[in-house]
Design a protein around this ligand. Structure first.
Ligand SMILES: [Cu+2]
Length: 170
């Protein structure tokens, strides 16, 4: 019976790379956008969960727009300003939220205005994890989060209109 043990150990080691490949270190959740009137610009917001080593978001692309750029909103004095980001570092094990008041992905020169209820794919590029894709759901023009309507708070909105989110879930 002792002869079996090295073989079992080797078998276990051989599985490690497969297990790592099955679960990508960077996962994207709750990607959403706001309906737009024009094709000029649109924002994409989502949650990035990094279960691996330190990484950085370095770019994005989508068939929905000619350009998808990293932007940062910040207060300078009393004025909200938006500027391009070369990259967005993400520490090991960190969860980063992109939202309308902070860092976001700005779509420029879109193929068509974003319509509420539509979905489109987007691919984010990470320095180490490479390309990771997800689906963006377009909410109302005033949405404050994934699957929310204008002026609706986080918790009550779900109770008020649960059908919209649930029927289009994963
Ligand atoms: Cu922007």
């Amino acid at each position: 019976m002792t002869l079996l043990r090295p073989a079992l150990l080797l078998t276990a080691l051989a599985w490690l790379p497969l297990a790592a490949a099955a679960s990508p270190p960077v996962q994207l959740r709750d990607a959403w956008s706001r309906a737009t009137m024009s094709t000029e610009t649109g924002g994409v917001y989502l949650t990035i969960v990094n279960q691996g080593a330190a990484d950085a978001l370095v770019g994005a692309d989508t068939p929905a727009a000619a350009h998808a750029r990293l932007h940062r909103m910040s207060m300078e004095g009393n004025v909200m300003t938006m500027r391009p980001l070369a990259d967005l570092p993400i520490a090991a094990g960190e969860t980063v939220r992109l939202d309308p008041a902070g860092d976001h992905i700005m779509l420029e020169d879109m193929k068509q205005p974003l319509g509420r209820g539509q979905t489109f794919p987007i691919t984010l590029h990470f320095r180490h994890a490479g390309a990771v894709s997800t689906t963006v759901r377009v909410g109302s023009a005033g949405a404050q989060g994934p699957g929310q309507g204008p002026g609706q708070g986080p918790a009550p909105a779900h109770g008020a209109a649960p059908a919209m989110d649930m029927s289009h879930g994963l």
